[in-house]
Design a protein around this ligand. Structure first.
Ligand SMILES: [Zn+2]
Length: 154
């Protein structure tokens, strides 16, 4: 075993790249430094960033919008399991938390949103729509099948 003198060169980067294909279902805890916000901290490609964000980007591609954040399905800030990470926005995350809490939650969607949901029928999976709007798949289905639903909005 020859120990190379590349002092810590991209050990972190290598770890991330090695784990992009991580397939375990358990949380993959960040083994390096954490930032003040409790998230893993990484210097990656010349920038400092949240480790979960870097992992999400490598595993799932660029964030769809500027406001997108790497959301944890497991609520574990220290986790960087790519399977637990996805792009989303904060309000959506809050809704996820509510759904996980198994509370009955029917957000009030605008007429425009009802229309969008119906227009996405066939083009976007119901699962994806449910994620985007923070509603259940069953509710998406109901909206798409029942054109009257829009009348109850607002
Ligand atoms: Zn996790």
């Amino acid at each position: 075993m020859s120990e190379r003198k590349k002092k810590g060169r991209n050990v972190v980067q290598k770890w991330i790249e090695d784990n992009v294909t991580f397939e375990g279902s358990e949380c993959l805890l960040w083994p390096f430094t954490f930032g003040g916000n409790g998230y893993g901290w990484v210097q990656y490609q010349g920038r400092s960033a949240n480790a979960s964000r870097v992992m999400c980007r490598l595993a799932h591609g660029d964030p769809p919008t500027e406001a997108s954040e790497a959301l944890h399905s497991c609520d574990n800030k220290k986790c960087v399991n790519p399977n637990h990470l996805r792009w989303g926005t904060k309000p959506e995350n809050a809704l996820d938390a509510i759904e996980r809490g198994q509370r009955v939650y029917k957000p009030r969607l605008s007429k425009d949103q009802f229309r969008q949901i119906r227009e996405m029928r066939g083009a976007v999976t119901q699962r994806e729509i449910a994620r985007r709007f923070g509603i259940t798949i069953a509710y998406v289905s109901k909206i798409q099948l029942n054109s009257e639903t829009g009348k109850t909005a607002g």
